[in-house]
Design a protein around this ligand. Structure first.
Ligand code: SF4
Ligand code: ZN
Length: 332
């Protein structure tokens, strides 16, 4: 996360359209070409397609049940705002929804995005809560970045710190706000990058945490994280958001993003999709077939979740990842 894809990626959804091409569903002029079909749609039927996919994912994996309290983690980008918009549109009557706006403290970037996020929440009549890294951990991503850069040893990418701390904040506030489910805006591309990255890192536990429902085990301290956009490609979400008029933060990237390892996986997967349209969905379907088999097999013998000794959040070790990372940063 942390950066919008380039608008040229959305342009690829229009490339190859001929002047007289019509929509698959009606006779209107086609505006979108999905190369993996290939299928062509007018604006109205493309919007319908995305909404249908969102609802299908929710139904297929039983992500949302009536009357559940839903917290939607919102960064101000197209994905999280689209997740919020669609959740409100289809579950606003049956469920209570609150948006959680997380401010990591990335000056000139997240502050602008969160302004837009809160503006949308007001317009859509959705209550929201802003949580700052600074208040939770006494550090901002700006200060963490400086510490990482100054360190004599390689501490890894800022994104690893940012992601870990953000997950802790999400779970902490989902519990405080008595949520049954926590919704994130992860799209198909995000999931595939994680799947491939964890496979290449030979990290089976993390590999198995991908998919529409985060995590392997349910644990009383852990609010289930669900990803209703996980079967929609990123560029299609961007186009959908443009068509329905969602105002989201775009145009420039998080200043710390350049070092994210997932960028390499993003490029790899995009280039495969370009050469062999449909690769993304094939990889996803393959993952969803092997995940239940691996969970049952001896290859994965599970792991026990405990409460972190310091903060009480779920952890596989004595101290959770966040507490370990914070301890490391404090030593610097
Ligand atoms: Fe995203 Fe990395 Fe920036 Fe955090 S530091 S917002 S994970 S790009
Ligand atoms: Zn902890």
């Amino acid at each position: 996360m942390g950066c919008e894809i380039s608008p040229s990626t959305v342009r690829t959804l229009r490339q190859g359209l001929k002047k007289h091409d019509t929509c698959l569903k009606c006779n209107r002029k086609a505006r979108v070409l999905l190369p993996y079909g290939p299928q062509k749609f007018c604006e109205k039927h493309f919007v319908e397609l995305i909404e249908k996919r969102f609802r299908k994912t929710v139904r297929r994996y039983s992500l949302i049940k009536p009357a559940e309290k839903l917290i939607v983690a919102v960064s101000g980008g197209k994905d999280s705002l689209t997740a919020l918009y669609l959740t409100k549109k289809f579950f606003g009557e049956s469920n209570r929804i609150t948006a959680l706006l997380i401010d990591e403290g990335i000056r000139g970037y997240r502050d602008k995005a969160l302004k837009l996020a809160s503006k949308n929440c007001d317009e859509w009549n959705i209550p929201y809560k802003v949580v700052k890294f600074k208040d939770e951990f006494g550090l901002t991503m700006g200060s963490i970045y400086k510490k990482i850069k100054r360190a004599k040893v390689n501490l890894g990418s800022p994104c690893a710190f940012c992601g870990t701390l953000r997950r802790t904040v999400m779970n902490r506030y989902a519990k405080r706000l008595h949520a049954d489910k926590l919704i994130t805006g992860h799209n198909l591309d995000d999931e595939l990058q994680s799947i491939l990255m964890n496979a290449c890192d030979n990290d089976l536990a993390r590999f198995l945490r991908c998919g529409p429902v985060s995590g392997i085990k349910s644990f009383k301290q852990f609010v289930q994280r669900i990803k209703p956009l996980c079967e929609i490609p990123e560029n299609e979400i961007m186009l959908y958001a443009d068509y329905v008029g969602i105002e989201y933060h775009s145009g420039y990237c998080c200043p710390f993003r350049g070092e994210a390892k997932r960028n390499a996986y993003r490029r790899l997967i995009d280039s495969l999709e370009e050469q062999y349209p449909g690769t993304k969905f094939s990889l996803w379907n393959f993952y969803m077939q092997i995940k239940p088999l691996l969970l049952k097999s001896k290859a994965f013998d599970g792991f026990a979740l405990n409460e972190c000794k310091r903060c009480g959040e779920p952890s596989t070790a004595e101290l959770c990842d966040t507490c370990r990372k914070l301890a490391l940063l404090r030593k610097l």
